[in-house]
Design a protein around this ligand. Structure first.
Ligand code: XMP
Ligand code: MG
Length: 187
């Protein structure tokens, strides 16, 4: 097998915050916990990835699950046209699956203010799922505006903008295998 070159940091990126191996080890651990928790479920678990940021995390996570599951997606808009947090979350694209009486696991890239997850929890609870849990790769606890119930968390990180492993800045850097800190952006 040929080794895959790790893309170097560009001038926009301050440092690697979480390297690729550390991410993979943590995704392994999260998958093990999820496998244990849902072992023996009769109907498939529904993984609902929040687009777009979670797609790489979801792809890695679901391939490590040995419990029956289906993959679905939802798309939300949380910030409107600026990066200011408004708490104004809108549904852009709904799930294809009917969530009623199903075991649902929300897969999110990063928890910041908490508004997105709070919106999703309330929206999904109203659909009467059999159970509802969340797995979030990154958590910025310093930024929390609203209490968020988290079931599985990958890493707690400081209050900096991060990119890579699905996360972007203006659609760039999503495919980096590591998570990097960006130079502060002013808008
Ligand atoms: P809230 O504030 O609702 O936000 O918890 C969650 C959403 O905000 C985005 N977000 C980020 N995206 N790097 C990113 O690429 C970051 O550092 C970052 N912080 C927040 C993300 O879409 C997440 O779903
Ligand atoms: Mg997101």
């Amino acid at each position: 097998m040929t080794a895959i070159a790790i893309p170097p940091l560009t001038k926009d990126l301050v440092r690697v915050l979480i390297d690729a191996d550390t991410i993979q080890r943590r995704v392994d651990e999260l998958a093990r916990k999820i496998n244990k928790e849902y072992a023996g479920i009769e109907e498939s678990l529904i993984l609902v990835g929040v687009l777009k940021g979670s797609f790489i995390f979801l792809a890695d996570l679901c391939r490590k699950l040995n419990v029956p599951h289906v993959v679905d997606f939802i798309s939300l808009s949380s910030y409107g046209n600026s990066s200011k947090i408004t708490g104004n979350v809108r549904l852009i694209m709904d799930t294809r699956e009917n969530l009623e009486n199903r075991h649902v696991l929300i897969v999110e890239d990063i928890l910041d203010s908490g508004y997105t997850l709070d919106y999703l929890r309330r929206n999904f609870t109203a659909r009467n799922p059999a159970s509802l849990k969340t797995v979030v790769l990154l958590d910025k606890p310093e930024r929390r505006k609203i209490d968020a119930e988290l079931d599985y968390v990958g890493f707690q990180i400081p209050d900096v903008w991060v990119v890579g492993y699905g996360l972007d800045y203006a659609e760039r850097y999503r495919t980096l295998p590591y998570i990097a800190e960006m130079v502060p952006v002013t808008d």
